[in-house]
Design a protein around this ligand. Structure first.
Ligand code: ADP
Ligand code: MG
Length: 262
């Protein structure tokens, strides 16, 4: 898609056009649900290989931001580019863009009647048209990567919450995404199961995966994020390296939030 021919790109003040190293560019994003203004002018970008953690109080718009990046919500206004495709362009082939984006939610959303292996192969076969053998080979590699190489035959009900979430990560990775979106992936887990999921995410980050992670795990954000966004009331209040946003926040709202969660 030729970005320069889009009428909206000439009058976007906050972010210049995406270059090849930009995986996500969010430009003056607004989103309302009826009268409720949930996102009120978000500007940010995620570069290739970057891990960006999004923190902030409940209701601040974190999930909505992530869902707009993946077009699970349609923005009210603004522009979002993912992998150099303007997903807010009505002509954009959104299914094509989504193919390159893995999403992991708080609830694991595995198919209960399918095994872990089958959960990881079904979209590879239906969407990417991979053969069963090829899909199983790739799924096995990703199940091993999340520490579940021996559990491919298990149904979700036979797995712990943490194991189910790791299957969900393996399923997303099996689609060869260039970007992974995580929305509070450990929030639904019993505390003793959180660590294994975070370890998998740490490893992904160290292997260079581009990631946007909504999380309340401040230790994870501090250690793994290249950049932290603190959101409150539908805006990014503060953004920077974790040493600044978490270690030495400039804004009172950030300090108040961190005092509550740390
Ligand atoms: P966070 O993830 O930071 O907790 P959300 O993005 O989920 O925040 O929600 C922000 C606000 O938008 C909340 O007030 C929420 O109730 C509202 N909201 C989210 N999704 C919808 C929706 N589909 N319809 C109406 N209101 C919504
Ligand atoms: Mg949320």
């Amino acid at each position: 898609m030729n970005q320069s021919s889009q009428p909206t790109s000439s009058d976007s003040p906050a972010n210049p056009s995406a270059d090849d190293d930009d995986v996500v560019v969010v430009d003056d994003l607004h989103k309302s649900f009826g009268q409720l203004q949930v996102l009120r002018g978000i500007n940010t970008r995620v570069r290739r290989g970057e891990v960006v953690c999004v923190i902030g109080p409940s209701g601040s718009g974190k999930s909505t931001l992530l869902r707009c990046v993946n077009m699970l919500e349609r923005p009210t206004s603004g522009r979002i580019t993912v992998h150099s495709e303007e997903v807010t362009d009505p002509d954009c082939d959104i299914d094509e863009v989504r193919r390159g984006v893995g999403m992991v939610f708080q609830s694991f959303n595995l198919f209960p009647h399918l095994t872990a292996m089958e959960n990881c192969t079904i979209a590879q076969k239906s969407v990417l048209k991979r053969s069963d053998a090829e899909a199983r080979r790739i799924a096995q590699l990703n199940l091993e990567k999340v520490g579940l190489g021996e559990r491919g035959d298990s149904h979700p009900a036979k797995l712990s919450g943490g194991q189910q979430q790791r299957v969900a990560i393996a399923r997303a990775l099996s689609m060869d995404p260039g970007l992974m979106l995580f929305d509070e992936p450990t929030s639904a887990l019993d505390p003793e199961l959180v660590g294994d999921v975070l370890s998998v995410m740490r490893r992904l980050a160290s292997e260079g995966m581009t990631m946007m992670v909504v999380t309340h795990e401040m230790a994870f954000a501090r250690d793994v994020a290249d950049r932290v966004l603190f959101m409150d009331g539908g805006v990014v209040v503060e953004e920077g390296p974790p040493s600044e946003v978490i270690g030495d926040p400039k804004h009172e709202r950030t300090r108040t939030f961190l005092q509550r969660v740390l």
